[in-house]
Unconditional design. Structure first.
Length: 322
């Protein structure tokens, strides 16, 4: 027997002290300087079509009530939607990073969790985009004199923050899909239509539901990719609550239902049949969600689902304005 064992002493080294799970409480890791490309990546460009799609649909539906195009207001609505989307992405990066939820991500690394950027800087970036959305939204309200929309805008920003921010984020309680459907589907589409023509034709409602379903499908693909890490970190997404197989079924329903809506619309607007071309992106995404072997494959499914939403929205815009 070795002398160290005879003496009762261990030769093993003490375990190193673990670092804080909160990047805001530890020094920034020395790595290559963060460039513009890193910040663009952190804005999650793959999700931006989800901001563009409802504005396209809402603008097309507005023309059904008023043949004139209201391009200034439409572009302002687009700016609000994109700024809110980016703001949500940065504040999500911040909130998940400081909680340690992103410590073992499968997808692209986040700025906060990587320690390459101070958490405060990421938070400021997110709040800056919320402020930009608020300023442009204020301009829309002044232009349209629809003052009650200030309250809607305020609710959008508050809901965006508490998605993953605050002490009890609802994104951690299986309610993320509700937020996405309401704000990136109904509110974004109907708000775009109302801001332009102060009317809400049924086509805008149907398009809003379709946009919301696509957004929910993207979120499900994202959360399916991170299901194991979210379970460990205590992030109770809908996917964590219902499991992998049920998530795949719900994703399929959310992805297919918009095409059922476009089929109904095609009876009255024949060009809407072109929306079926979005299946060229949707079906490969669906195949990946059901057949994937590695979680990283779902990154492509997310991107394809987002692309399908944009193609679909473009087809409805053409159908309503053609």
């Amino acid at each position: 027997m070795a002398s160290s064992q005879r003496s009762g002493r261990s030769t093993s080294r003490p375990a190193p002290r673990s670092r804080s799970g909160n990047p805001a409480k530890r020094p920034v890791v020395e790595q290559r300087p963060v460039g513009v490309g890193d910040w663009i990546g952190a804005s999650r460009p793959r999700t931006l079509p989800l901001a563009i799609a409802p504005v396209l649909i809402g603008t097309g539906a507005a023309r059904l009530s008023d043949p004139a195009f209201h391009w200034v207001i439409a572009l302002a609505c687009l700016a609000v939607a994109v700024c809110l989307q980016i703001g949500v992405n940065f504040t999500n990066d911040y909130s998940d990073g400081v909680r340690g939820t992103d410590a073992h991500r499968v997808g692209p690394a986040r700025l906060t969790a990587s320690g390459r950027v101070p958490a405060r800087a990421v938070l400021i970036a997110g709040l800056a985009f919320f402020a930009l959305a608020g300023l442009v939204g204020l301009g829309i309200v002044i232009r349209t004199q629809q003052w009650w929309m200030l309250a809607v805008g305020a609710v959008c920003i508050v809901a965006a923050w508490f998605y993953t921010g605050g002490k009890r984020p609802y994104g951690y309680m299986g309610l993320g899909e509700v937020f996405v459907f309401v704000f990136f589907g109904l509110v974004a589409t109907l708000g775009t239509t109302w801001a332009q023509v102060q009317d809400l034709p049924q086509e805008s409602w149907l398009g809003a539901v379709a946009a919301g379903l696509f957004a929910c499908a993207v979120l499900l693909a994202n959360n399916l990719r991170d299901i194991d890490q979210d379970r460990v970190s205590g992030k109770r997404t809908l996917t964590v609550l219902i499991g992998k197989r049920a998530t795949q079924v719900v994703y399929t329903i959310f992805l297919i239902m918009p095409f059922a809506i476009s089929t109904v619309l095609a009876v009255f607007y024949p060009i809407a049949w072109i929306a079926l071309l979005a299946l060229l992106a949707a079906l490969p995404a669906l195949t990946i969600v059901w057949m994937y072997r590695k979680a990283t494959e779902l990154v492509l499914a997310l991107a394809l689902t987002s692309l399908a939403a944009l193609l679909y929205a473009g087809a409805l815009f053409w159908a309503f304005t053609g």
